[in-house]
Write a protein that binds this ligand. Structure first.
Ligand SMILES: Cc1cc2nc3c(=O)[nH]c(=O)nc-3n(C[C@H](O)[C@H](O)[C@H](O)COP(=O)(O)O)c2cc1C
Length: 190
């Protein structure tokens, strides 16, 4: 297999080598004003405690709200709401929620809302933060999770297509995860 050099600049990665699941991170400021923002640099960080991490930007509203309120929720997008999510960043705070058309409801365990249009949610308490170059990494301990009942009551082989997660590849380019499941020999969902 012959290899060619690829740029050491993520913005020039065509194709992208590190796709990321696209979510809306939802938060509230200390006065209860909600905010939602799309993020795709999201990753698990630890099993025990159960901690995820995402890379954000230090003085953006999401990160400020998390530092104030010490919690946030992660709402998983699907192809039906990805263009709404892309467009929503032209507005900010409560106006973003109103104009984008996303709906928020109270979460179960933390002081941040859930985006009810999404099919799955994680509720997190702030665990730690770390500045890495231009990235402000937020670690959140997952304290509650909820998934659309249609997904959880379906046969296992159909659950991914119903969950319909979507991943970010590069600016404006996404990939669906619904129907191309690869099972290794330890597990067969067919
Ligand atoms: C699909 C998509 C994925 C994004 N992923 C990230 C990300 O992983 N990290 C980040 O800091 N910004 C990301 N952004 C940009 C933020 O959403 C954007 O800067 C937003 O305006 C921040 O909003 P806030 O100030 O309310 O937090 C992404 C935007 C889009 C549309």
């Amino acid at each position: 297999m012959k290899k060619c050099e690829h740029p050491v600049d993520k913005r020039k990665w065509y194709p992208s080598l590190i796709p990321g699941v696209v979510v809306l991170v939802s938060t509230c400021d200390s006065e209860g004003t909600p905010d939602i923002t799309p993020k795709s640099w999201l990753q698990m960080a630890s099993f025990e405690p159960l901690v995820l991490m995402f890379s954000g930007t230090k003085d953006n509203t999401t990160e400020k709200n998390i530092m104030e309120n010490k919690c946030f929720c992660v709402n998983f997008l699907d192809p039906s709401n990805i263009s709404k999510a892309n467009r929503c960043i032209q507005w900010h705070g409560a106006e973003r929620i109103e104009k984008s058309g996303f709906n928020i409801v109270k979460s179960n365990r933390v002081n941040a809302p859930l985006v009810s249009d999404c099919r799955a949610h994680l509720e997190c308490n702030l665990y730690d933060t770390k500045q890495i170059g231009s990235g402000f990494i937020v670690f959140g301990e997952i304290v509650a999770a909820s998934v659309w009942d249609k997904v959880l009551t379906a046969e296992e082989k159909d659950r991914y297509s119903l969950l319909d997660l979507i991943v970010y590849l590069e600016e404006g380019v996404f990939s669906k995860t619904d129907n191309s499941i690869y099972c290794d020999n330890r597990r067969d969902l067919s």
